[in-house]
Design a protein around this ligand. Structure first.
Ligand code: KG4
Ligand code: ZN
Length: 346
């Protein structure tokens, strides 16, 4: 049984994981705190993590009905992420592991996302018996990447965004429309009543042979479009059509490039995770495209799409089987830890 902490961005989260089962998962989101500023303010995030860490950890232990001395390990996200935010959870986990004389392990945040689609049900539990090599799409506010997951705990980065992340594109275009931060969920809601073909926005790099993405050009074209058609924002239908059209451009690129990578590599399975995977159009379109190409699709459960410690605990448990003593408690955070580097690299 282990305690996992996640503080890489603006969610303070603690989870208790035992034998692949999530006994407790507590997430305290800071969205309201940051929305006033239109984005995550790193220093505020770190201070808020410090305030939340003990209550969130206590709540997770209470929910799982376990005491600290029953824990067999304490693990935390080591990177990538906001340095001061990462530091709070990582150093707390090290201190706790040291005090309890139990192993500590630092986890790569994106590697944890890669395995989250294999966790499902109520209560949440991992099922790797159905695992297949796959192409995994990670789409969040900070990252957009395609990864070839060759085997359990073995992966290779195929491509990532060269500028804005998909979530960032949702958030920045939402800001142009006048929606509050983060705009992704609101665009998703408004787009349901809109026509995705109303306006034709560019689909950057959609036919590019590389597996990389680019979203800043799309945001810019939305800016000019709104400048040239300001009356559009005066009617609910105009706003919904705009949201549906922008969303459709983002989703088209994500879906087409993911399926293309899977087919090129001869894989039979696609997985997706990260905050943007909550998007209903993305979930629908991925399902349709995968079905048409004979690919199995595993989407992370919505509660595991946004950042959470449960996925960190699930991965840590599997890693601790190979690395029983864990990492030294003198390790440091790795804010720029790339998924391309071997995950055990110092
Ligand atoms: O993974 P996440 O919680 O945080 C990180 O960025 O690490 O992802 C947050 C991002 C935000 O950009 C938010 O707008 C987007 O995910 N998002 C959505 C939806 N829900 C969250 N984007 C589109 N549709 C949604 N339903
Ligand atoms: Zn994430």
């Amino acid at each position: 049984m282990l305690l996992a902490l996640e503080t890489s961005c603006d969610e303070t989260s603690a989870a208790i994981v035992h034998g692949g089962r999530v006994l407790a998962s507590v997430v305290s989101s800071q969205i309201r705190l940051h929305s006033e500023y239109g984005g995550v303010v790193p220093e505020l995030a770190a201070r808020e993590h410090l305030r939340n860490l003990i209550p969130v950890t206590t709540a997770a232990l209470a929910e799982a009905k376990v005491s600290a001395d029953q824990l067999e390990a304490v693990v935390a996200t080591r990177g990538p992420g906001l340095p001061h935010a990462l530091m709070t959870g990582f150093k707390s986990a090290q201190a706790m592991a040291f005090a309890l004389r139990k192993p500590f392990l630092g986890i790569h945040h994106h590697e944890a996302h890669l395995y989250s689609p294999w966790v499902s049900g109520k209560p949440l539990a991992a099922d790797f018996s159905a695992f297949e090599p796959n192409v995994s799409l990670i789409v969040s506010g900070g990252h957009t990447m395609l990864v070839h997951v060759q085997a359990e705990l073995k992966h290779r980065l195929l491509g990532s965004t060269v500028d804005d992340a998909a979530g960032e594109c949702f958030d920045k275009t939402g800001k142009l429309i006048g929606l509050p931060y983060p705009a992704g969920p609101e665009i998703d809601r408004l787009a349901e009543k809109g026509n995705p073909k109303a306006f034709n926005f560019p689909r950057p790099m959609i036919n590019d042979p590389a597996d990389d993405f680019s979203f800043s050009g799309l945001k810019t074209s939305v800016r000019y479009f709104i400048r040239d058609n300001p009356a559009l924002l005066d009617t609910p239908q105009g706003i919904s059509d705009l949201c549906a059209s922008v969303q459709s451009a983002i989703v088209d690129v994500l879906v087409k490039k993911t399926v293309k990578a899977a087919r090129r590599l001869g894989l039979r399975c696609v997985t997706a995770s990260g905050g943007v995977t909550c998007n209903r159009a993305l979930r629908r379109e991925l399902a349709t495209a995968c079905q048409a190409s004979g690919l199995k699709l595993r989407l992370a459960e919505k509660e595991l799409c946004t950042d959470n410690a449960a996925m960190v605990g699930i991965l840590a448990e599997r890693k601790l089987r190979q690395n029983k003593n864990g990492d030294p408690v003198t390790e440091e955070i790795r804010p720029n830890w790339s998924l391309e580097e071997p995950v055990t690299a110092r």
